[in-house]
Design a protein around this ligand. Structure first.
Ligand code: URP
Ligand code: ZN
Ligand code: ZN
Length: 471
């Protein structure tokens, strides 16, 4: 088995940093040596990667992606192949995507369909959550089976999108009771979809059709309300582990923080778009441009304190994880479905390539520490979703490693660094301090010297255990 030594870098974990050499034997980390120790022990390697002046961190783990998602009358534009290659370019070595069961569909068949899309097509490792879009006796039984047999230990439910994925409170309670028995995690899209649909219909009737009405018809209060309701239902279901996805609003964060202080097993994630982008600067761009940033939960006004509060939540661990909710759609033929009617714009933003970069900028800006960057983008996602061999550089762990160069810069844009299958970038023109240098997936170099050196099919399905926060 080939041995690789990553030498002279600053090895950063969720709890600290140290200068040292990382020895990889085959697919796993074999040892971390203090400076000079590998030399004095006569350690040899087939390959040495010089990481002097660079950070050596666990590969990014993005636990919220939607490759090929059928949604809004079209399919998310990244396949597992294009999406995982783009992820690798961004220092990401594992994704957890969502298999989708819609009302009336069979959960097992939907999971099998997702395996078919991904198997043999991924450049990095991948796992699955299961969307339960139709809670009934069969899907409840399937939830138990997936936890026990398939390595799928988390289930996403929707309080939004009536007629598509929406579950009512009774259905949510039943799914939560099931998860309470198996130890699975309930992931919640917390927006009051019934109330939102009323506001959408009223706006369209007034002739308010531009993309930015997407945000105005999904007010922060309805994210806060749904978050509160999800938490109460989780309490009734025996304090089931609850994870609020793609949080964008201070109102929702307050609910999560209060529940955590009250001792509940409530966790939350946010995404780069909610930390950097806004209603005014993106969604309200002239004409139909704002469609690029139509996603749910929506981008919020910059005149409230959502950005500030979300960064604070990340520092305080009220927000445990940063994911991307990568759900790319091209403007041409896809976002354009909503010309003249914002509610027909497919919801989603692509960003799987840029999360590590955008969050590192948070380190440079003084919002989070280097260790917190590693923790929220890799270590906690792994622990939260039972990826036992991922998220840390330690002997025995998978050698999923990102070598990060803090002295360089990254320009984001379709003509710059852009490998996602999209005809635009949600972060066009952003310039970030730092740069992805080298990426290893289970010991194989997949990105180096600004070149993708990996291979499609290298990525393996990872069966996940229960969240190690609670089990
Ligand atoms: O706008 C979004 N978030 N699209 C993907 C589906 C979802 O709700 O996560
Ligand atoms: Zn969602
Ligand atoms: Zn999503």
């Amino acid at each position: 088995m080939a041995r690789t030594l990553i030498s002279g870098g600053t090895v950063v974990s969720a709890t600290g940093r140290t200068t040292g050499d990382v020895l990889i034997d085959g697919e796993t980390v074999a040892a971390i040596f203090a400076p000079g120790q590998a030399e004095s022990l006569g350690v040899t390697a087939d390959r040495v990667i010089d990481a002097t002046g660079k950070y050596v961190v666990p590969g990014g783990i993005d636990v919220h992606t939607h490759m090929e998602l059928p949604f809004g009358g079209t399919n998310a534009s990244d396949t597992f192949e294009t999406g995982t290659i783009a992820a690798a370019w961004g220092g990401v070595t594992t994704i957890v995507d969502f298999a989708v069961q819609k009302t009336g569909e069979n959960v097992h068949e939907s999971l099998a369909a997702w395996h078919e899309k991904a198997a043999g097509n991924c450049a990095i490792d991948y796992g699955f959550h299961q969307i339960i879009g139709g809670v009934d006796e069969d899907s409840l039984k399937a939830m138990t089976y997936l936890v026990d047999n398939e390595g799928v230990t988390s289930f996403k439910l929707f309080m939004a999108y009536p007629g598509v994925f929406y579950a009512d409170d009774g259905q949510i309670l039943r799914a939560m009771q099931n998860a309470s028995e198996t130890g699975a995690m309930i992931m919640m899209h917390a927006e009051n979809g019934i109330a939102i649909d009323v506001l959408v219909a009223q706006a369209l009737a007034r002739g308010e059709t531009d993309p930015y009405f997407h945000s105005l018809t999904r007010p922060a209060e309805l994210e806060g309300e749904a978050t509160h309701r999800a938490i109460q239902l989780a309490k009734v279901a025996g304090n089931v582990p609850l994870y609020i996805v793609h949080m964008s609003a201070s109102e929702a964060l307050e609910e999560v923080a209060a529940a955590q202080h009250a001792g509940m097993n409530v966790f939350a994630e946010t995404c780069p778009q909610y930390l950097y982008l806004s209603l005014e600067d993106q969604l309200m761009q002239p004409g139909f441009e704002g469609a690029k940033w139509v996603c749910s939960t929506p981008l919020r006004t910059k005149h409230a304190h959502h950005h500030r509060d979300l960064w604070k939540g990340l520092r305080m661990n009220e927000l445990a994880v940063v994911s991307t909710d990568h759900c790319p759609f091209c403007m041409k033929d896809q976002k354009e479905l909503g010309l003249g009617n914002f509610s027909a714009i497919p919801n989603g933003i692509g960003g799987v390539e840029h999360r590590m970069e955008l969050l590192y900028q948070g380190v440079v800006n003084g919002e989070i520490t280097l260790e917190r960057w590693v923790e929220t983008c890799s270590t906690t996602p792994a622990r939260m979703f039972g990826l036992d061999r991922k998220g840390a550089i330690a002997p025995g762990m998978d050698a999923d490693i990102l070598v990060w160069d803090p002295t360089k810069r990254t320009k984001i844009g379709v003509n710059d660094k852009h490998h996602m299958n999209m005809d635009h970038s949600a972060y066009e023109g952003f310039e970030i301090d730092g740069k992805v240098d080298t990426v290893l997936s289970r010991g194989t170099v997949v990105v180096e010297n600004d070149t993708f050196t990996g291979s499609v099919g290298h990525g393996r399905y990872v069966k996940r255990g229960l969240s190690t926060y609670l089990h």
